[in-house]
Design a protein around this ligand. Structure first.
Ligand SMILES: N[C@@H](CCC(=O)N[C@@H](CS)C(=O)NCC(=O)O)C(=O)O
Length: 206
């Protein structure tokens, strides 16, 4: 497999999950501004959406959308249970959380990257995103990870998007369960490896 990524972007979530699952993959940096990959490939020809992440499967198929790539990866190693097994409520709870992170938090943060956002709209967006993050802070009151004591794909996703908070000047101070969650995720060996690899990829591709 090949993961098309941009260091520090939402592609960090599948990057973490690939390492959590021990799946062999090749990282390929995409220069989003030019649409070229580090190898000089035309990224938009591979993925007309033009954004990362994109996962190239061994048969040449390209899979996109963070939440779907994460589910695909979890399905490759069902025994690892990064997505609760079966068709029970736990499975749907995890998908519910994944959708919440994607549509309420990822998309909220994404709009703050828009330099043309007017101050009032920015303020309203920050307020809305913080309300959503505060909801997760409450959920995390009695647990280490979003679904309980087991790390899941939803945690990799939430950790990734929350890592943008300082850069976007979103103050997560006061959300103590979120702070504990971020520390717990950051301490995982696969997460440390992914962050180290992305730092090196950023350096070697700048
Ligand atoms: N709906 C997509 C959004 C992906 C996305 O927002 N990617 C950002 C990086 S986090 C990106 O590549 N932006 C550049 C662009 O849109 O051209 C998903 O969930 O995967």
């Amino acid at each position: 497999m090949k993961l098309y990524l941009s260091p520090g972007a939402c592609s960090l979530a599948p990057h973490i999950v690939l390492r959590e699952l021990g799946i062999a993959f090749e990282p390929e940096v995409v220069h989003l501004a030019t649409g070229k990959t580090a190898n000089g490939e035309d990224f938009r020809a591979l993925n007309p959406k033009g954004y990362v992440p994109a996962l190239a499967l061994d048969d040449g198929e390209i899979l996109t959308e963070v939440s779907v790539i994460l589910q695909y990866l979890a399905a490759q190693r069902p025994g690892a249970e990064l997505l609760p097994a079966g068709n029970g409520l736990e499975y749907f709870r995890c998908l519910e959380t994944l959708a919440f992170v994607s549509t309420e938090i990822h998309k909220g943060f994404s709009s703050l990257f828009n330099a043309k956002l007017e101050p009032a709209a920015r303020e309203a967006t920050v307020e809305r995103v913080l309300k959503r993050v505060a909801y997760l802070d409450e959920q995390l009151e009695d647990r280490t990870y979003l679904m309980g004591e087991a790390f899941t794909i939803a945690d990799a996703y939430l950790y990734t998007v929350l890592s943008w908070a300082p850069m976007l000047k979103v103050n997560l101070g006061g959300l103590s369960n979120i702070a504990r969650f971020r520390e717990a995720v950051a301490a995982r060996p696969a997460v440390k490896e992914a962050l180290k690899a992305e730092t090196e990829l950023r350096r070697s591709n700048s």
